[in-house]
Design a protein around this ligand. Structure first.
Ligand code: NAD
Length: 252
């Protein structure tokens, strides 16, 4: 129960899915958690679950595409909990479209929410973690940041961008002597509201996704949260610029 004891973490997109599971797990393992999301009511539910289990958390409304929101969220973390040790850049959206069917407007919206967000979150987390003299930043990419899919042009680009941006930031921090680690996480399909939305037609669509995973089932939010916990903790102190793939064998 103490793998991240004493650490202060911010988790974006923590109102649902992977972010929610991560916020709850980090708090269970001793971190004070800033639950950041656009969805206030659902985010407050995450906070309530953490507090009911004896943990410490607060909600901050954050649109990950807005620089001023980031400055505010980090300031709230520092003012309330005194510092920032861990940042999980998790918020993101799914988008189906080929190179031909995707409009420029949709392309830019996906890059803004999935990639610009990670740039801003990393930039402001580094600034805060430099004051601490250490830190761990964890960026949610995807299997779609490792392999191509003809129907996911904008999503592929955003998640591939997260993967290499993470390496650039990791090298910059390491070579600057900051002791701030930056790693990416690459989930296969996880049964969250995002994927439930993609498989509205229920059983058949879900089975198609299941068949892509050699282990024979989709992942659960906690399968990813445990990987993020490892990267957040000092157990992973020799890892930076790494890609943690948790995908049921999808990319094997
Ligand atoms: P989800 O849709 O269940 O939850 C995403 C959360 O992000 C929501 O609470 C939403 O309100 C929040 N959010 C969306 N836009 C936001 C914004 N502009 N500002 C702040 N918050 C915002 O998604 P999930 O399945 O838990 O996915 C989490 C991350 O994992 C995403 O980056 C996603 O791309 C990635 N991922 C998911 C899967 C999967 O199969 N579920 C697979 C690979 C990668």
């Amino acid at each position: 129960m103490t793998r991240v004891a004493g650490k202060v973490a911010i988790v974006t997109g923590a109102a649902n899915g992977i972010g929610k599971a991560t916020a709850i797990l980090l708090a269970k393992e001793g971190a004070k958690v800033v639950v950041a999301d656009l969805q206030e009511e659902a985010g407050q539910n995450t906070v309530a679950e953490i507090k009911a289990a004896g943990g410490e958390a607060l909600f901050v409304k954050l649109n990950v595409t807005q620089e001023a929101d980031w400055q505010n969220a980090i300031a709230v973390a520092e003012k309330t909990f005194g510092k920032l040790d861990v940042a999980v850049n998790n918020a993101g959206i799914a988008y189906n479209g080929t190179v031909e069917s995707t409009s420029l407007e949709d392309w830019q919206r996906v890059q803004s929410i999935n990639l610009n967000s990670v740039f801003l979150g990393t930039k402001y987390a580094v600034e805060a973690m430099k004051k601490v003299g250490a830190g761990s930043i964890i960026n949610l990419s995807s299997i779609e940041g490792l392999v191509g899919d003809p129907t996911l042009a904008a999503y592929n680009a955003s998640k591939g961008g997260v993967r290499l941006f993470t390496k650039s930031a990791a090298l910059h921090c390491a070579k600057s002597g900051y002791k701030i680690r930056v790693n990416s996480v690459h989930p296969g399909y996880i049964w969250t509201p995002m994927v439930q939305g993609l498989t509205k037609d229920a059983a058949e669509a879900r089975q198609k996704l299941v068949d892509l995973h050699p282990l024979g089932h989709l992942g659960e939010p906690n399968d990813i949260a445990y990987g993020i916990l490892f990267l957040a903790s000092d157990e992973s102190k020799f890892m930076t610029g790494s890609e943690l793939v948790i995908d049921g064998g999808y990319t094997a």
